[in-house]
Design a protein around this ligand. Structure first.
Ligand code: GCO
Ligand code: CA
Length: 255
């Protein structure tokens, strides 16, 4: 018997960047906890394939293909949700990219692309979601930060700056929305086995560094974020605001 506090039955969750990787793992986890899921990505075809596969497993899943960095597309999507009577109870701002380059070699276009995708998107999507959550007096915003929300590593400055911003944007959301029954929190994944990190995983030196630097002595699996995601998306976290939960095998806790 699972504690009803962790049930997401009757709730609808939008997970951005959920056609694969961490977003898909989190979407699946929220579905397993009872939520109806709205998947998001830019590739409508791949998104629908993923949605169909999850529906085949018995989950309630729809897809909303839009570019989270395109303000007009974000606004139009939420207007469509309004017209269709889709109330987003849980928003997971997961969409993100990585771009590795030393700062002195980094061009402005790539800097902006990472900031737009990893940080500004959370502002745009959360603004539209919160406009609908505020009158309802309830809602959950779960921002996907990173181990790098608080620590730097050479060659990933825009990602690190964006993920640091995710941590403090979460605090700003809590400051404005907590009194209205909306809880905004973040998850800080560590080194996870994802496509984004494939080049690192395949690099013997980097792989051994991650294993040596992480108390758990291993990379994390995307499904290992589900527990924190369900907790922060459920009534079990109704008195938790503005926090970041690191799911990083302990890397951020030790020298
Ligand atoms: C990198 C990695 C990291 C991880 C993760 C750590 O280049 O160091 O991509 O950024 O992906 O974000 O939390
Ligand atoms: Ca509902």
């Amino acid at each position: 018997m699972t504690n009803p506090l962790f049930s997401l039955a009757g709730r609808t969750a939008l997970v951005t960047g959920s056609s694969r990787g961490l977003g898909l793992a989190i979407a699946r986890g929220l579905a397993e906890a009872g939520a109806a899921i709205v998947l998001n990505g830019v590739n409508a075809e791949r998104l629908e394939e993923t949605a169909a596969a999850l529906r085949a497993e018995g989950f309630s899943v729809s897809s909303a293909a839009f570019d989270v960095t395109d303000e007009a597309a974000v606004v139009a999507t939420f207007e469509r949700f309004d017209a269709e009577g889709v109330a987003i109870d849980i928003l997971v701002n997961n969409a993100g990219i990585q771009y590795r380059k030393p700062i002195v070699e980094l061009d402005l276009a790539n800097w902006n692309r990472v900031i737009d995708t990893n940080l500004t998107s959370a502002f745009l999507v959360s603004r539209e979601a919160a406009k609908r959550m505020l009158p309802r007096k309830h809602g959950k915003v779960v921002n996907i930060g990173s181990l790098m929300s608080g620590l730097g590593r050479a060659t990933v400055a825009p990602y690190t700056a964006a993920k640091g911003g995710i941590k403090t944007l979460t605090q700003a959301m809590a400051a404005e929305w907590a009194e209205h029954g909306i809880q905004a929190n973040a998850i800080g994944p560590g080194y996870m086995l994802t496509d984004m990190n494939q080049a690192l995983i395949d690099n013997v030196e980097f792989d051994s560094w991650v294993k040596g630097r992480t108390p758990s002595r291993r990379w994390g699996r995307p499904d290992e974020l589900i527990g924190a995601a369900v907790f922060l998306a459920s009534d079990a976290s109704n008195y938790v605001n503005g926090q970041i939960i690191y799911v990083d095998g302990g890397m951020s806790a030790v020298l």
